[in-house]
Design a protein around this ligand. Structure first.
Ligand SMILES: Cc1ncc(COP(=O)(O)O)c(C=O)c1O
Length: 393
C-alpha cells in the first residue's frame, strides 16, 4: 500500500519553476509538456517541509552554524544506503553539486591543467572546466550493446603530464549508466597510475533502478578514496534542489583543507538555514518515501520503455539503470538535430533536453524526464507516438 500520492498533478506554471517557466525561452512556446530540467513534479516530502517549517518558526534567521547532525546524516546515509563507511570529518559542504565541481577544480588544480570528462555528459561539466580556465580533454563514452562503456584505452592515450583530474558522472547522466565496481576499479587504477584526482558526481546514486547497486567510486579502495572527491545531494533525491544544499566527501585531509579554504574564500560555505535541516530530515527519515518513489518511477520507466519497443521502434531507449531520465536514441527518425528539436516541440508537443547539449556525442538523442505523474507520462507518450506515426510513409 502506498502512503504517498505520486499521482497528484500539481500546477507548476507560474511558480518560477525553471522547468515550466523557462519553456517559452527554451522552446518558443508554453504549449509543451515540460519534461526536461531534472527535478520531479512530485510534492517535496512532508518530512522535509516539516523540517523547513520548524526552522521557520525560529524567529531569527541570523548566521547559523551547520549542526553536527548534518555530517552524521551524510555519513550514516552513505553507510546504510551505499555500504560505504566514511568518517564524519571527511564530509564538507557545497551549495550544489555543480558548485562542488567548480570549487574542487579551483582548489585542487591550476589554470591550464587538463581535466578529462566523458561525453556525452551533463553540460555543466564543460563549464566547470572551461569556465575556470582549465583545459578540457574529452574521453568519449562508447555504446556497446545499448549501454555506455568507458573507453579506457582512449583515456590512457589522452593522459599526459599536464592532466590532473578526471570528472565522472556516477551514475551517468544522461545515459543512466550505473558504473560497476569492475569499471570503477579499472578507471581508478588509471587514476592511481597517472596520479590523477577523481571527481565523482554521485548526485543520481540514490535513484538506481532494476535492483542494480550503486558503487561509490571512492569505496573501491582506500588508495582510490585518497584521491577522490565525491559529491552527493539529498536535494536531487528528495526533490528539494531549490534548497541548494549538498554533501562533499573528501577523505584526504590535505585535499579537504584545500577545498574548504576555497569554499571559505568564496564565502559560500555557510549555505542556508533551511537546507541544512532539510538534508538531515531527508537522510534520517526519507527511506520509506524513497522506496515508494523508486517503485513509482520504475512503473513510469517500464511503461515508456515498453511503449517505445512495441509502438515507436524508430526511437531506441538506453536502459535507465539509474535516474528518472530516459536517453532516447532518435537517429532512426532520420532528422538532423535542428529538425529533431523542432519535431519534439512542434509535432509531439514535448519540452525535452536536446541531446547535443551534452556534447556533440549526444547528437541524434533527446533526454526525457519521467519523474511526473503516470497520467502525464501516458499523455506524453501518446503525443509522441501520434507524431511519429504521422511521419511514417
Ligand atoms: C550529473 C549531475 N550533476 C549535478 C546536477 C545538479 O546539481 P546541483 O543542482 O546540486 O548543482 C545534476 C542535475 O541534474 C546532474 O544531473
Amino acid at each position: 500500500m502506498s502512503t504517498y500520492d505520486f499521482d497528484e498533478v500539481i500546477e507548476r506554471f507560474g511558480t518560477g519553476s525553471e522547468k515550466y517557466d523557462l519553456c517559452n525561452e527554451m522552446f518558443g512556446t508554453t504549449n509543451v509538456i515540460p519534461m526536461w530540467v531534472a527535478d520531479m513534479d512530485f510534492r517535496t516530502p512532508d518530512f522535509i517541509v516539516n523540517a523547513v517549517t520548524h526552522r521557520m518558526e525560529d524567529p531569527i534567521f541570523g548566521y547559523t552554524l551547520r549542526e553536527e547532525a548534518f555530517f552524521t546524516a551524510v555519513a550514516n546515509w552513505m553507510a546504510r544506503r551505499h555500504g560505504w563507511k566514511i568518517e564524519e570529518e571527511w564530509v564538507t559542504f557545497s551549495p550544489g553539486v555543480v558548485s562542488a565541481l567548480s570549487i574542487s577544480i579551483l582548489a585542487l588544480t591550476k589554470p591550464g591543467d587538463k581535466i578529462v570528462v566523458q561525453p556525452p555528459v551533463y553540460s555543466p561539466f564543460y563549464a566547470a572546466v572551461e569556465g575556470n580556465d582549465r583545459t578540457l580533454i574529452k574521453n568519449p563514452l562508447i555504446i556497446k550493446a545499448g549501454r555506455y562503456h568507458m573507453d579506457l584505452d582512449h583515456l590512457k592515450s589522452v593522459i599526459d603530464d599536464q592532466t590532473r583530474m578526471i570528472m565522472i558522472s556516477n551514475p551517468h547522466n544522461p545515459g543512466g549508466t550505473v558504473w560497476t565496481p569492475e569499471e570503477l576499479k579499472a578507471l581508478g587504477d588509471i587514476c592511481i597510475e597517472h596520479d590523477l584526482l577523481l571527481i565523482s558526481d554521485e548526485i543520481h546514486s540514490d535513484l538506481v533502478n532494476f535492483g542494480l547497486v550503486h558503487t561509490p567510486a571512492a569505496s573501491i579502495s582506500p588508495e582510490l578514496a585518497r584521491r577522490t572527491v565525491t559529491c552527493v545531494s539529498s536535494s536531487k533525491t528528495f526533490n528539494a534542489a531549490g534548497l541548494a544544499t549538498s554533501g562533499v566527501i573528501i577523505p584526504d585531509e590535505t585535499f579537504r583543507t584545500l577545498y574548504n579554504k576555497r569554499l571559505s574564500a568564496i564565502h559560500v560555505g555557510f549555505g542556508n538555514i533551511f537546507g541544512n535541516p532539510a538534508l538531515v530530515a531527508a537522510y534520517n527519515q526519507g527511506e520509506a518515501w524513497l522506496e515508494e518513489l523508486k517503485a513509482y518511477i520504475g512503473k513510469n520507466l517500464d511503461y515508456a520503455m515498453d511503449l517505445f519497443t512495441s509502438r515507436i521502434p524508430e526511437i531506441k531507449v538506453m536502459k535507465p539503470e539509474a535516474s528518472y531520465l530516459l536517453w532516447l536514441d532518435c537517429r532512426g527518425l532520420g532528422l538532423n538535430q535542428e529538425e529533431l528539436r523542432t519535431f519534439m516541440v512542434k509535432e509531439a508537443g514535448l519540452g525535452l533536453n536536446d541531446g547535443a547539449s551534452y556534447g556533440e556525442e549526444g547528437a541524434g538523442f533527446m533526454r526525457i524526464n519521467l519523474a511526473c505523474p503516470f497520467s502525464v507520462v501516458e499523455k506524453a507518450m501518446a503525443q509522441l507516438e501520434e507524431a511519429v506515426k504521422r511521419r511514417r510513409p
